[in-house]
Ligand binder design. Structure first.
Ligand SMILES: CC(C)(COP(=O)(O)OP(=O)(O)OC[C@H]1O[C@@H](n2cnc3c(N)ncnc32)[C@H](O)[C@@H]1OP(=O)(O)O)[C@@H](O)C(=O)NCCC(=O)NCCS
Length: 154
């Protein structure tokens, strides 16, 4: 894809980035077969953008184009002995994959989480998502022998 020779910029998302962030996350959820009403997705992104105590949204941009997003959610866990972060979403536009954006977004997420006092970063990888598995292994993450469970509360 033509980027005019520009290097990508990594930064925290701002209110004006909301439509582009929602668009990337919608595509991420579709790729993972997760059904979320558009208004709920947009409302959740808006909440994270306005309440930094909850988490952070990082984006990778080429000029006005938002090419990738990483979403951090903050936790407090006994397991890690203090504040930790959950990498809730990571998505790079398919046209921009294979150029290091995913790795840079995760590295930046680790930096931002550590700066906020987090002692660890947790994440999950769906079976068959080999590109993500390779990326996290390269960046020093280790795999638990666990299965994550969930149920809705209403
Ligand atoms: C997983 C994902 C974020 C990776 O994004 P990405 O920008 O392609 O990641 P990177 O470019 O850092 O790494 C991808 C590959 O490109 C290679 N690469 C990176 N920079 C490169 C460069 N300059 N030249 C050639 N290859 C390069 C990496 O070595 C890596 O190779 P590998 O897959 O054989 O290990 C992306 O595939 C994605 O969004 N997938 C769908 C959503 C998803 O699965 N998210 C994770 C949730 S668990």
């Amino acid at each position: 894809m033509d980027d005019g020779g520009k290097d990508p910029e990594l930064r925290l998302a701002e209110a004006s980035d909301l439509p582009a962030v929602v668009d990337l996350l919608r595509r991420q959820l579709e790729e993972h077969d997760i059904a979320l009403a558009p208004a709920t997705l947009e409302g959740s992104v808006r909440t994270l953008l306005t309440e930094p105590a909850l988490g952070r949204i990082l984006i990778a941009t080429y000029g006005d184009e938002v090419a990738g997003v990483a979403l951090l959610s903050f936790l407090f866990t006994l397991e890690h002995g203090g504040p930790a972060a959950w990498l809730d979403e990571l998505y790079v536009d398919p046209r921009r994959r294979g150029h290091g954006l995913g790795a840079r977004l995760v590295a930046e997420a680790m930096r931002v989480a550590a700066e906020r006092g987090c002692v660890a970063l947790d994440l999950e990888v769906e079976d068959g998502h080999d590109a993500a598995t390779r990326l996290y292994e390269r960046l020093g993450f280790h795999r638990h022998r666990r299965v994550r469970w969930a149920r809705r509360l209403q």
